[in-house]
Design a protein around this ligand. Structure first.
Ligand code: ZN
Length: 443
């Protein structure tokens, strides 16, 4: 029966033409209500000279103005605490989810009761697509509380009918205890925390074969789609590893890989994604890399129209081998615009460094990118890595040279390299902080 393969067969395998008709209908509804009920959107549409009636096709969305996180922050400061884009009536509100605020003051997002229901449903859809079933024991090591992913997955587990362990992030040893008993079969966490758990499992002398864990899906930061990282997680925990993607302002867990592992399917019936050129902000055709722009088709409380994310990616709208017709973000999230490092004229992302580091078995999973200045005040970038086991001086020198060569090939520039001993770099249970900027401290 199709239900066994898909959570929602009709929606997930809907022919593209029909899916686009549904998107257009929903987009019109959203644009009209934003114009009618939100002074924030009305003022912006008026300034750009667009009216809801200008939206005749999906492609017409390009004429509507983009919204940035800074726009939302300014709006909420001017009209505290939620700004003038909360549309749903107060009595329908269910939850407040501020963004994690890594780049400034948090932005408040509200879920109405219907929003929470929709998010739970499409999160169940993603979990089903990478193999979660009612008999599973789900260890939810995403942070609960204000970080959105924990709650979304929790609600989705209830819908699927799984037995859930709401452990949240933290307490690595207890995570391992639950792998052993009652024996979790599905794990959700950030990829850096997953690697940390794999390391702790090894240190306790437990083989991955001794635990029933079979699936893991990892989000909150890129990594699960970096081949060498995926391999380390799969071998270290004895599981199939999948990638998860979400954003506080949009939805926590709205895109994941299916069992084909060929890109992150997103729920096209609820989210419209455009890819735009990073300088002109003009939409790009499928297959080209640009910045992801997202629009809520069904969100009630704090809808986003053309929200400009910081994330680089490309999309594929062709049907997947799994039979789902919904689009995929392929090749993973390639980097956050904020994380781009410019060094001696070359531009690169931490994920490119990760690809190099995780391919070398002599190195542990941890690494840092240190930005500093040399004696002459010139920028210096140093990749700090950990040796996986004790090495003599000659081995280490050889390692440094190979690492420098591999980095040069991947980044088109040669950063400094420093190898420290195993366990020196801090482990994380949340999102790993890969870039350490020492320049403000005069170093
Ligand atoms: Zn698929």
């Amino acid at each position: 029966m199709a239900k066994d393969r898909y959570w929602d067969p009709e929606i997930e395998t809907m022919p593209r033409k029909q899916l686009q008709a549904l998107q257009l209908e929903r987009l019109r509804w959203q644009i009209e209500r934003c114009y009618r009920e939100s002074p924030f959107y009305r003022e912006r549409f008026d300034r750009a000279g667009v009216r809801p009636s200008h939206l005749q096709t999906l492609a017409d969305l390009r004429h509507f103005p983009l919204v940035t996180k800074e726009d939302l922050r300014r709006e909420q400061e001017a009209y505290p605490p939620f700004g003038r884009y909360v549309i749903a009536p107060r009595e329908t509100w269910q939850e407040l989810h501020p963004s994690t605020g890594t780049t400034g003051r948090p932005v408040n997002t509200i879920w109405s009761k219907e929003d929470a229901r929709v998010i739970a449903d499409h999160t169940a859809r993603t979990m089903w697509s990478f193999g979660t079933r009612p008999h599973d024991i789900v260890q939810n090591a995403f942070s609960y509380g204000l970080w959105v992913a924990g709650m979304a997955v929790h609600y989705a587990c209830a819908l699927i009918g799984c037995f859930v362990i709401p452990i949240g992030a933290g307490t690595t040893q207890r995570q391992i205890d639950y792998f052993l008993s009652p024996g979790s079969t599905v794990l959700l966490a950030t990829p850096s925390f997953a690697l940390h758990m794999a390391e702790a499992l090894r240190e306790r002398g437990i083989s991955p074969d001794e635990i029933p864990l079979r699936i893991g899906c990892f989000g909150g930061e890129p990594g699960a789609e970096v081949p060498a990282t995926r391999q380390r997680i799969e071998q270290g925990l004895g599981i199939d590893c999948y990638d998860y993607y979400g954003l506080g302002e949009i939805a926590p867990t709205f895109a994941s890989e299916c069992t084909e592992k060929d890109g992150l399917h997103w729920a096209e019936d609820h989210y419209f994604i455009e890819v735009v050129h990073p300088e002109t902000f003009e939409p790009l055709p499928p297959g080209e890399v640009g910045i992801l722009v997202m629009t809520h088709l069904t969100r009630e409380a704090t809808p986003m129209i053309r929200y400009l994310t910081n994330d680089y990616g490309k999309v594929d709208l062709e049907p997947c081998r799994c039979g789902r017709t919904h689009g995929r973000i392929v090749g993973g999230i390639l980097g956050r615009a904020d994380d781009m490092i410019i060094y001696r004229g070359a531009k690169f992302y931490p994920v490119q460094v990760e690809q190099v580091v995780r391919k070398m078995p002599e190195l542990s999973d941890e690494f840092r990118i240190e930005l500093s200045r040399d004696e002459r005040g010139m920028d210096r970038t140093t990749i700090v890595v950990e040796s996986a086991y004790p090495q003599d001086e000659r081995e280490q020198q050889n390692l440094v040279e190979r690492l420098r060569r591999a980095l040069k090939e991947a980044l088109q520039v040669t950063p400094e390299v420093r190898v420290v001993s195993f366990g020196t770099l801090e482990r994380t249970v949340f999102k790993a902080k890969r870039i350490v900027d020492l320049r403000q401290q005069g170093k």
